[in-house]
Every structure is written in C-alpha cells, then in structure tokens.
Design a protein around this ligand. Structure first.
Ligand SMILES: [Zn+2]
Length: 480
C-alpha cells in the first residue's frame, strides 16, 4: 500500500465509531486542542479562522438591521443572578463561582457569566428613560462558562464563544418581530454560509430557555441522525424587565416595562459543520465558510515552467477574491499534500505539472465529490466562482438528502421505542401538548421534542403517547 492509504487509516471510520472519528478529525486537522483545564478547549488558527468567517457573516447582517456591539463584565454578583426565579433555577447547576480576590474572601461571590441577561438588565434599568430611547438593539461577542460534566470540543465545552443579543422594545409585538427577525438571520447563516439545512420552530415549554416566554430554535441533523440545536432566539416578554425594574415613560405618559428578547449562536456551529458534512477522509468545508477555498499544488516544484504557471494562477485567483494558497514546499510529496488538504476539507485542489503545462491545462479535484476536472488554465479564473457555488450547493443538497433519508414518522409510543433503537433520526409525531407525555418519551428513550416546527403537517389525529386529541406535529430526536 502507498502512502495515501496508511495516511487515511489514521482517521477512525465514522460508521464504526463516530465519537472517535470526530476526535480524530478535530485533532488531526488542527482545528482545536485539549487544554490543561478539563472541559476547556484551545481553538487553533484553522478553527478560529472558521469562527471568524461565521462572525463576520452574522455581524454584518446584524449591523445592517440596526444592532450595535457592546461589552459587559465577565463576572456577575450573586444577587443579580437570583433576581429572576426561573432563570437562576435553570442555570444554578452549571455556574462557576469566583469566591476570592487574591487571598481575601469576597463578601459576595461572583459568578462567571453563563449568559448575560441579569447584568445587562441591571444596566438597562439604569439607562432607559423614555419610549424615545427604544428599541435597544445590542449584541455582545464574548465567551460564557457553563460547568459541563461531559465535554467534547465545539459540541459541548465548559467555556464557549458566542454572540448574545439583548434587545428592548416598546411593545410585545415588536419584541416578537425581533425574535423572528433574528431567527431568520440564523436560518440564513446556517443554511447559506454553513450549508446545513435546518428545521425551525418553537420549543416546548419544558425545553425553553430559563425565564423565556417563548424560545425559537433551529435544529440541524448530524451525520449519525442526532439533532444539534444550532441557534436560539428568545422572546422574554416582561419577565426580566419586571424582575429588574426596567421602566420607560410611554407615549401616553404612563411608566411601563419594556418587552425583551435575547438570542445566541456559538462555536457549537463549528461542531455542527464537522458532524454534518465530514466523511471518512476528514473534513468537508463549504466554500463560503472555508478559510482556504482552493490550494494550488505544483507537481515538480523545481520545474521553472510549472512554478511560473502556478504563480500566475495564484495571482489571478487571488485577484478574483478566492481565498487561495500555493503549496510549493519541498518537504512532502504531492501525494502527501493531496491527502493533507483533503483531510482539512479544502473545497478545491488544483494540480499543475509538466504535462499540464504542455496541454495548457490544470487538473481540479473537488473535495465534495472526489471528481477530477480538467480546465483550460487561462479560462479557469473565470470559471472558479461558478464551481465554488456549485460545490456549496451540492454540500447543502447532500446534507438535506441525508436528513430526509433519516426522517421517519412515529405513530405509537411502544412502536416508537423500538424504531428509535433500530434507526436513529428525526421522528415526526403528533402531540397533545401535555408535559407528561413529553416526559414519558424522554424517560423511556432519552429523546426530546426538538421543536414544534413552523411548517406543520397533520399526520394523524391523536397524541402518540396518551391517544388524546393532538395539538401539534413535533420533531423528536436524540440530541448533542
Ligand atoms: Zn399526550
């Protein structure tokens, strides 16, 4: 066997052990590393470049519709966390505390933010006066800490990077519009930038954010059929604004509590990207989010003609705005390089050798299909955009086809238990809306309602658990 095969063997087959496959991929592609602090990850340059592309895409869109970035403190005094009852109950089990400043015990302990509603609301109460000040449309890029028992880089870590938006509005309706506007931005981000199809809808009461009136979610299916919550947008109503006594003088001269939203996406999205598109050769990155979209590999780096052509093509593609690399290092064979970039998920690999120069061509390998295409070397810069778009679309289509192939209907509770054991995936089912039925499914098979989707279907009349009249169609799944 040649170098090629032994190289790929370093990655565990995903169908045999997807957890090990995932670990192999994130470490060998240099996205991330484990740190001396258990449950905390180090994001390396390749992983961080993906995060920066996600940030840039979303940040531009949030700013375009009036949001501004801010920064609030990392630490929150305990009394603030305790102000909203449901909120503190929801987060208490996973909060990390600062108890000392230097050698001195603090009079009041401070928590490391698990999310920032409480401290932001405290400041909003201080700032807000009149309806003329509204809406407040603020967003913060930061990290938060939630002490997790079991962690896996990107998917679940005790510290993760995210953005958290916190807005205030005059009316309930405006807050609802904002909640849905952001949900729309999240759908756009995940489907168009990351090429991951999502189901969107509202969470059941049991699954909603601690202290929210309604939580909207986007749910993605990972390669193994499990769900991953990819982003949430919460309508918080007046729960926090009352608890924190945020008031404004309204148009009618009355003092009122504003209506409140919060929303976030995090570095979990990188986990979703890996788990949705990756294959047995490693990462597969959609061109729009890939830090490098194409790499040129000259065959025979000592050949002047080859290097001249490679340099020229590099400049032309760079001018076109393609994120491009030229690997003319002598350390490794072209075959080793092919494998390396394939594993790292570069969408396009361009080979130029002496034979190609003779024919005035380049050989282009697509990561998503493995196909090798031949282009006229002078025409390729004009065609690269279309090719990248086609790859982006194909990666999305593949993920959607996989989701469809693993989406089933659950009709009966007992039958559902057996089905889920045999075939993991998304299960559509009818539900009466009662928490006890939801609870029963969770206890029996560690499966939750992912959402009540916006696109409802009438599958049958009765709740699949209690057989009373059903209210909604929901998606059930096991989740990350
Ligand atoms: Zn029921």
């Amino acid at each position: 066997m040649g170098k090629k095969n032994t190289f790929v063997k370093e990655i565990t087959n995903m169908d045999e052990d997807i957890a090990r496959w995932y670990t192999d991929v994130i470490i060998k592609t240099d996205l991330v590393d484990y740190s001396p602090v258990k449950g905390f990850m180090v994001i390396k340059p390749y992983g961080f470049a993906i995060w920066e592309n996600i940030q840039r895409y979303l940040d531009d869109r949030l700013k375009a519709c009036g949001h501004k970035n801010v920064y609030f403190p990392l630490l929150i005094p305990e009394n603030l966390l305790n102000k909203e009852k449901e909120h503190v109950e929801g987060f208490a089990p996973e909060v990390a505390w600062v108890t000392h400043g230097g050698n001195k015990r603090l009079e009041e302990r401070l928590c490391i933010r698990p999310t920032s509603e409480t401290i932001i609301c405290t400041m909003y109460a201080k700032w807000l006066n009149s309806y003329r000040d509204l809406p407040y449309l603020y967003n913060q890029w930061c990290s938060v800490v939630r002490w997790e028992k079991e962690t896996r880089p990107f998917l679940r870590t005790s510290e993760f990077l995210w953005q958290e938006g916190h807005t205030l509005h005059e009316t309930d309706e405006e807050a609802m519009d904002e909640t849905l506007l952001i949900l729309g931005h999240y759908i756009d981000l995940v489907e168009n930038l990351l090429a991951i199809p999502v189901i969107h809808g509202v969470k059941s009461e049991r699954e909603r954010f601690a202290g929210a009136k309604a939580t909207y979610t986007i749910e993605a299916m990972m390669h193994d059929g499990k769900a991953l919550q990819a982003g949430t947008s919460h309508h918080l109503g007046q729960n926090f604004t009352k608890a924190f006594d945020i008031k404004f003088l309204d148009r009618d001269g009355e003092q009122k509590h504003p209506h409140h939203t919060s929303w976030g996406v995090s570095t979990r999205l990188i986990g979703a990207l890996i788990m949705t598109h990756g294959d047995n050769r490693g990462l597969v990155l959609p061109p729009m989010v890939a830090p490098t979209q194409a790499v040129i590999i000259p065959i025979q780096t000592q050949n002047e003609e080859v290097m001249k052509a490679a340099d020229k093509l590099y400049s032309e593609l760079k001018t076109k705005g393609v994120r491009i690399e030229l690997d003319d290092s002598d350390n490794y064979t072209p075959g080793w390089k092919f494998n390396q970039y394939e594993m790292k998920g570069y969408p396009i690999r361009i080979e130029i050798g002496p034979k190609d120069i003779e024919k005035n061509q380049v050989v282009v390998a697509r990561r998503d299909t493995g196909e090798k295409l031949v282009f006229d070397i002078n025409e390729f810069p004009e065609k690269v955009d279309d090719l990248l778009k086609e790859i982006q679309q194909n990666i999305f289509n593949k993920a959607k086809a996989l989701r469809e192939s693993k989406t089933y209907i659950a009709k009966d509770f007992e039958e559902f238990k057996v089905q889920m054991k045999e075939k993991q995936g998304f299960y559509k089912g009818m539900w009466c809306g009662e928490e006890c039925c939801e609870e029963k499914i969770k206890d029996a098979m560690a499966t939750t309602i992912r959402c009540i989707p916006d696109e409802q279907e009438h599958l049958y009349d009765e709740c699949l658990v209690c057989k009373k009249k059903a209210k909604h169609m929901v998606y059930f799944a096991k989740s990350y």
